[in-house]
Design a binder for this molecule. Structure first.
Ligand SMILES: [Zn+2]
Length: 276
């Protein structure tokens, strides 16, 4: 009886395994469907010149807030209004310090809005590295088929790119169905207080977003080992920071003859001396 049971058990397992094997061999990956995008007829040269012009404003975020230069930020904001008048007249603008929150009203208020985010502040040039720059960091030079300078990638390309794209849509009589917010931060590189104010403001107004999209990574080549094609990486998270003070206490003694267990050795493998 037991033997029979065991035999049928083995047979069932065997049958299941064969089915799994056959199905695995029969399986082929589904053909990827590629959506053919719409070709936008954007004036590339004008857009390029606009990005270069935006770089010329030294909208630098300094750790030392005393060094903040309001003229540069005001200059950038005025330049944006002059360069993208259609964008500015189609939207309601709310200033949160120097962070700009634009609202592009959708035709259907029952739909949750979306938020597109970028920032126009940049990090300072590290003192002593000026000579390494092939072009002046704030000259906004276009040469060798490149736009040079602070913010060319991070992240004036985002701000200018969005204003270009929306301007193109506005000129082509597009009106969004869903309300679209654009948030252009002024202090992303030093913690993003402007973004926090945007969050607070939307919260106060009871806005629940459908989704939001912030700056991501860049389209790069040669960045990922073993991949020589262009790669557009999608960033889904961001590192935070944390400061820790670690104190290790132990019996005193001279560091030339440390006991096996002592306060100076710790597991991170670095050479810090633990505090006594
Ligand atoms: Zn950035």
């Amino acid at each position: 009886m037991l033997k029979k049971l065991l035999l049928s058990f083995v047979l069932i397992i065997g049958a299941l395994l064969s089915i799994a094997l056959v199905r695995t061999l029969m399986h082929s990956a589904p053909e990827p469907t590629v959506n053919v995008g719409v070709t936008a007829d954007i004036d590339g040269e004008a857009a390029t010149n606009n990005l270069a012009a935006s770089i010329r404003f030294k909208t630098i975020s300094h750790q030392d807030k005393e060094k903040f230069s309001p003229q540069e930020f005001e200059g950038f904001i005025k330049w944006a209004a002059d360069t993208y008048p259609e964008f500015h007249s189609a939207m309601q603008l709310e200033m949160l310090e120097y962070t700009l929150l634009f609202k592009w009203e959708g035709s259907d208020n029952s739909l949750a809005p979306i938020l597109l985010t970028a920032h126009y502040d940049v990090v300072p040039v590290i003192p002593g590295t000026e000579s390494i720059w092939e072009e002046e960091p704030f000259a906004g030079v276009i040469s060798n088929n490149r736009i040079w300078g602070r913010g060319a990638l991070d992240d004036k390309s985002g701000v200018v790119g969005m204003m270009e794209a929306a301007t193109y849509l506005i000129k082509n009589n597009f009106q969004p169905t869903r309300t679209v917010y654009f948030s252009f931060g002024h202090d992303e590189e030093i913690g993003g207080g402007g973004a926090a104010q945007v969050t607070e403001k939307l919260k106060q107004e009871g806005v629940q977003l459908q989704w939001s999209l912030d700056e991501g990574s860049f389209v790069s080549r040669g960045f990922f080992p073993g991949v020589d094609k262009l790669v557009a990486a999608i960033n889904v998270a961001e590192k935070g920071i944390m400061n820790l003070l670690i104190v290790a206490k132990a019996k005193g003694g001279h560091s030339s003859t440390p006991p096996e267990e002592n306060s100076r050795e710790h597991s991170c493998g670095c050479s810090h001396q633990a505090r006594k």
